[in-house]
Design a protein around this ligand. Structure first.
Ligand code: PGA
Length: 259
């Protein structure tokens, strides 16, 4: 039994349709009973238009649902954005923030990630805050510098919140960019070293709940490699992309986390 309750979060990215989602929700409902959900937290993050469908299918199950992103501002003339207040209105308890695809493709900065965390905190929406280095950064020996900078921004936003998020609503996800969607998973040892660094950095920033914070690994997690990653002391579950779209694969990862 791990000291921290593992979390398995599915990041569907821009995938799914109303019929495929229904199949997936049905399979998750059938397989993830209350005993299993007593041992792990499971979060599903479909695209925005399907959050209502997630609420309808999962609302009474104990499986939670979240968004893949959130606006960095409260409201106003921001065409296409969705605010933390709107997510809270929909019963959405989580949002991913700072995913590397947003950092890379939308040019999202550490400051914007921090602003998104502030918005989530103000509305009681839990955060799954993503960090991770690129291959170039790793090969240049800059992994800790990058992770340190990203964690500092997250910790500052958490500390500045007028209504702090409870520790169980603060999740970090270490996702080395070179491992996302590539089939090239970090070894358990590489993941553990990064997770330990992140936890120590959070503590050094003065974040009081660092020891209790769940830190997920993400990047080509599959049912076959999940157990060895989750066995690491500071790896508290996974943020799952591709494998979260296939019920058997996702459920295999959930079972590995609960073992
Ligand atoms: P992957 O994606 O599992 O497909 O590598 C993980 C993520 O981007 O969150």
């Amino acid at each position: 039994m791990k000291a921290r309750k593992p979390v398995v979060a599915g990041n569907w990215k821009m995938n799914g349709d109303i019929v495929a989602n229904e199949h997936l929700f049905t399979a998750l409902r059938a397989a993830l009973g209350r005993p299993l959900l007593g041992r792990i937290d499971v979060v599903v993050c479909p695209p925005y238009p399907y959050l209502g469908q997630a609420a309808a299918w999962l609302g009474d199950t104990g499986i939670e649902w979240g968004a893949q992103d959130v606006a960095a501002v409260a409201n106003g003339a921001f065409t296409g954005d969705v605010s933390a207040a709107m997510l809270a209105d929909l019963g959405c308890r989580w949002s991913i923030v700072g995913h590397s695809e947003r950092r890379q493709m939308a040019g999202e900065s550490d400051e914007q990630v921090a602003a998104k965390i502030s918005m989530c905190a103000a509305h009681g929406v839990g955060v799954i805050a993503c960090i991770g280095e690129t291959l170039d950064e790793r090969e240049a020996g800059a992994t800790e510098a990058v992770l340190g900078r990203q964690v500092d921004a997250i910790a500052a936003a958490l500390a500045a919140a007028a209504q702090p998020l409870p520790p169980e609503r603060v999740v970090l996800a270490y996702e080395p960019v070179w491992a996302i969607g590539t089939g090239r998973t970090a070894s358990p040892e590489i993941a553990q070293a990064a997770h330990r660094f992140v936890r120590e950095r959070l503590a050094a920033c003065g974040y009081g709940a660092a020891a209790a914070t769940r830190i997920l690994y993400g990047g080509s997690v599959k049912a076959a490699n999940a157990a060895s990653l989750f066995a690491m002391h500071d790896v508290d579950g996974g943020l799952i992309g591709g494998a979260s779209l296939v019920a058997d694969d996702f459920l295999g990862i959930c079972r590995a986390a609960a073992a």
